[in-house]
Design a protein around this ligand. Sequence first.
Ligand code: NDP
Length: 452
Amino acid sequence: MSTEFDYDLFVIGAGSGGVRSARMAASKGKHVAIAEDRYLGGTCVNVGCVPKKLFVYASQFPEMVHASKGFGWSPLGEATLDWPKLRDRKTDEIHRLNGIYQRLIDNSGAVLYDGRATVLGPNQVSVNGQIHTAETILVATGGWPFIPDFPGSEHVVSSNEMFFLDQLPKTAIVVGGGYIAVEFAGILNGLGVQTHLVYRGTRLLKSFDAEMSNKVTQGMIQKGVNIHLDTEVANIQKSAEGLEINFSDHTAMSADLVLYATGRVAATKNLGLENTKIVLRSDGSIPVDNNFCTQEPSIYALGDVIDRVQLTPVAIQEAMVLVDHLYGDKHAFIDYDNIPTAVFCQPELATVGLSEEDALKTYGDISVYTSDFKPMLQTLGGGDDRISMKLIVAKVSDKVVGCHMVGDHAAEIIQGIGIAIKAGATKADFDATIGIHPSAAEEFVTMREQTR
Ligand code: NDP
């Protein structure tokens, strides 16, 4: 350890990227501190991926119960949701995970400070009035929901509050067309809330393959979500009955709850970065170089706060690369191409590689294979769900450059396909792979007829 400083590394923020960095650096014998003022595990564990997925499971039971009747089960009586029970059991599970994070940090040897850290200079951090010096500072403070300013914006909630609602609304409006909006629209709808999804654009999930995001939209409508595209909120007023939402086309709607899922911004406010050479981007995020170094040579940043790819596994990989760069043999790297990702909307969407639109721009000459079918569960179970799959092949190399799926277990299936695509698999490799029968996934290795 450097004798000049209290710590080799001082990490600000105990989310996915911060904790991984602290633990890995400590495991290399470095003297590490990590400060956190909110909750251990960051957004993902506390108000993101983990509780969201638990709510997705909760919201899927009515459909499963419905399907069970087709398999010979008689109804077990009228099912009702005990929302406080779901919410509190979820919170208990999150507390269990917070405890695991605490133990991971403690066992690594890193010192945890419970408080807000402020950067005082290139090598100085203050927490709860105590000043610490460090050779290297890592900012891993993540992001925070962005809610635009408009008349009545004080009446809306963000995804943060959705995990702790006193009661479930009868009617809800979700604003936005990205990951969080479609995921919460599916959860609320599945939990029995009359749900409206309001998006200012013409296509939900616009960064995804157009054909597949349209399938998601159709599937959501079929499951009962009321989707309003090309619609903008003008203002919101509170009334005795709830909230009155006025749209810019002069129509109006009332609801008990309005959720704004309109993006997340870097959490860099009041961090003291003005005491350094760092110049934030206009959206508040921190610019970094390939090694995650900021304009201040002793300060690094990674994860949502650098606003490259706002995904937990990306922050974790960035942490591995950073620690290898600072204290290892500098061989680790992160490749931002072909990152598999899933949206836990209903129907689920998962994807790796290029959309058809981007593949056309990149390669010009492509082959597209598609398949759309009824999942086997539905044959006896009833219901109108479908599964859609798509492979995009660059003709010049026969490489599969995009793979997309909408439907049950899409995330689980695409994770495996992600390895094949990362390894450069060709369509001939897919064709030579034996399918697992009967499964939905086997369709990915049996698509022979070119659609386009
Ligand atoms: P996204 O960036 O995905 O979507 C934001 C949406 O809000 C867009 O549809 C955007 O519309 C709309 N919007 C932005 N500003 C306004 C405004 N002023 N008025 C109306 N609409 C507006 O952000 P999310 O909040 O959904 O999620 C943040 C990030 O978190 C995601 O990008 C993703 O990286 C991560 N995440 C990942 C998940 C997963 O892995 N399953 C789950 C949840 C989040 P427009 O398109 O017109 O700009």
